[in-house]
Design a protein around this ligand. Structure first.
Ligand SMILES: Nc1nc2c(ncn2[C@@H]2O[C@H](COP(=O)(O)OP(=O)(O)O)[C@@H](O)[C@H]2O)c(=O)[nH]1
Ligand SMILES: [Mg+2]
Length: 352
């Protein structure tokens, strides 16, 4: 296979993967901290915290760029014995489950665990048992270790298995979030689905940012072809044809992967820590900024180097130049976002 064929195949594969979202199910009693936990994992307020859902009998859904989160209502009630709850909400169709608890487990939880185990073996949909509010595990007379051992014992007996790990987390102190995130990412979910998690999960270390960088780099070819093929006419006087809308989307997706949203920009402005690097990152968020960029750099990409991509985007030199431009700028932008996100991460770590 030559380079062009490889890039073409990669494009077709990416195109079908782009439409896939990972579906995450939140299961557990009201007040256990399901909303808080998912908000922490993705680093933004997906669900409102502290809303009383005791009376909720519907599931709630939130759709992010690459993830769908389904907050399932309580089960084991008069209205929803576990079997009926499963029939009603079809959680087996989700990709993975976070079972979150912070109080005593009930018999209904045991019944639910039977389903979780079944979906794990039959469908390869992993589940994670999370004891949240670990910061509140406390007793005057007993040690932390003893209390946690009791909780693990309780899970294992309700689960009727010794192998199921319990993850202790605290949304208040941040305890256990790294471990939980690592465990989810190293479960045997299919690779495409896993990449959606890498994209949506908040980075907690430089290693997390590196994974995001790999992911974004893998998308460059896709954006390059789309941007070049979508553009019907070269930009006057520039000799490249690119679809500015596709470029904007690429930059936005990269920023989103690194969690560099408007809120971050606002905060940086508020504290007057806008550096040239930050300026560069945020200036590509607007159509005007990207248009300016294309106009100022465009001609640089037209020419011999671009010609080798001709078969990829049709017999148009301007389109080949567009492909080259988008992939090159995209690569530089990924590095910028990685650098800015690393600086913010270090600053945040220093403040902790
Ligand atoms: N101490 C403590 N409180 C928490 C923790 N996680 C959530 N909460 C609180 O528990 C309450 C219920 O949280 P929420 O996320 O809405 O629970 P949900 O009903 O399961 O979605 C809120 O007041 C949260 O602030 C935690 O780890 N520690
Ligand atoms: Mg909630």
């Amino acid at each position: 296979m030559n380079l062009i064929e490889q890039l073409q195949q990669d494009y077709i594969k990416k195109q079908s993967e782009k439409g896939v979202k990972i579906k995450v199910g939140l299961i557990g009693q009201p007040g256990a901290g399901k909303s808080s936990l998912i908000n922490r994992l993705v680093g933004e307020e997906v669900f409102e915290v502290g809303v009383h859902t005791d009376t909720t009998v519907d599931m709630q859904m939130r759709e992010l760029e690459q993830m769908i989160i389904v907050d399932l209502p309580g089960y084991g009630t008069k209205q929803f014995p576990v079997d009926e709850w499963v029939n009603e909400f079809r959680p087996e169709e989700l990709d993975l489950y976070l079972f979150v608890f912070s109080g005593k487990l009930r018999d209904a939880d045991g019944a639910l665990f039977e389903y979780l185990k079944r979906w794990q073996t039959e469908r390869n949909h992993p589940h994670f048992i999370v004891r949240n509010k670990a910061d509140e595990i406390w007793d005057d007379d007993r040690s932390d270790e003893e209390l946690r051992a009791d909780i693990i014992y309780d899970v294992n007996s309700k689960m009727k298995s010794r192998g199921s790990r319990t993850y202790f987390t605290s949304c208040r102190t941040g305890e256990g979030l790294v471990e939980l995130q690592e465990a989810i990412l190293s479960s045997d979910l299919d690779g495409v689905k896993k990449s959606k998690l890498v994209y949506e999960f908040k980075a907690r270390s430089i290693a997390d940012l590196d994974r995001k960088r790999e992911l974004c780099r893998g998308d460059l070819n896709y954006y390059g072809i789309t941007a070049a093929a979508n553009a019907l006419n070269p930009i006057p006087g520039v000799d490249v044809s690119v679809d500015i809308g596709v470029m904007l989307k690429m930059f936005a997706d990269i920023r989103a992967a690194f969690q560099l949203g408007d809120n971050v920009e606002d905060q940086m402005k508020k504290y007057k820590i806008i550096t040239p690097l930050a300026n560069r990152v945020f200036s590509y968020a607007t159509r005007a900024g990207v248009t300016k960029l294309v106009e100022s750099l465009g001609s640089k990409y037209a020419g011999k180097e671009a010609a080798k991509y001709l078969p990829l985007v049709g017999q148009a030199a301007a389109a080949a130049a567009g492909y080259l431009m988008v992939t090159t700028l995209g690569r530089a932008y990924i590095n910028d976002c990685h650098e800015l996100a690393s600086a913010l991460l270090n600053q945040f770590a220093a403040q902790q």
